[in-house]
Ligand binder design. Structure first.
Ligand code: ATP
Length: 210
């Protein structure tokens, strides 16, 4: 079973890394593929170039077995839609089960994603609870969850796609927004992200007030 973790990663931080590791271990995923998006659809565009965000992800995950960086959305350019990414992964691995990882904030907007039903026809969803966001508040998303929720890891392995698992993860109240704000304020975000990522930020003078 492959985990797919898409995000802006602007920058990648411990909140992404620890929670992805929690899921990989709990659900027994063979790997987690980190896929930085090219063009954001439901949010502001990333502040830093695709090349540097990819480099930060690479630096962050290099020591963890099972973590893989995947640049397919950056190769494709334009807006990044999960349905296209999943279709491309499915073409590459017709036989493997795909699990799309996302935080609760992302899941809350799922009904407005492009072709949510087709996404569920290609993959399971694993939703990681974020501090202060234990359940989706969006009524259409609550409906989707009601008919699709599964309560055991075993179920994800039995079923090929279409199940939604709510996964408890280490609660880390860290966001890229807060890290960017600290850097713009001249504070250090040390210990909120890997040292290798901080080094890249400093070497390239990223997220400073212009
Ligand atoms: P920003 O603050 O810029 O919105 P972010 O920190 O939420 O960024 P993204 O790259 O947008 O990071 O997130 C990618 C995915 O990681 C999303 O599904 C998001 O919900 C999830 N995520 C981010 N931070 C955490 C965290 N601390 N705990 C659990 N999930 C997280």
């Amino acid at each position: 079973m492959i985990g797919i973790f898409g995000g802006t990663f602007d920058p990648i931080h411990i909140g992404h890394l620890r929670t992805a590791l929690d899921v990989m271990q709990a659900v027994e995923l063979e790997e987690v593929r980190f896929i930085p998006l090219h063009g954001a659809v439901h949010r502001d565009q990333p502040e830093v170039s695709a090349r540097l965000r990819l480099q930060m992800v690479q630096a962050a995950i290099q020591e963890q077995e099972g973590f893989v960086v995947d640049d397919r959305e950056l190769q494709r350019s334009g807006d990044s839609y999960s349905i296209d990414t999943l279709a491309s992964l499915r073409r590459q691995w017709p036989e493997r089960t795909l699990c799309l990882l996302m935080g609760m904030d992302a899941f809350n907007g799922f009904a407005d994603w492009r072709r949510p039903n087709e996404i569920l026809g290609l993959a399971h969803l694993i939703v990681m609870q974020r501090p202060g966001q234990e359940n989706p508040s969006e009524p259409r998303v609550r409906e989707i969850l009601k008919s699709r929720q599964c309560f055991s890891h075993a179920q994800l392995h039995k079923q090929v796609n279409g199940a939604i698992l709510m996964q408890t993860v280490t609660q880390l109240d860290i966001s890229a927004t807060r890290i960017r704000a600290m850097l713009a304020d001249g504070q250090t975000p040390r210990y909120l992200l890997p040292d290798a990522v901080l080094q890249l930020i400093e070497d390239n003078q990223l997220y400073r007030m212009s």
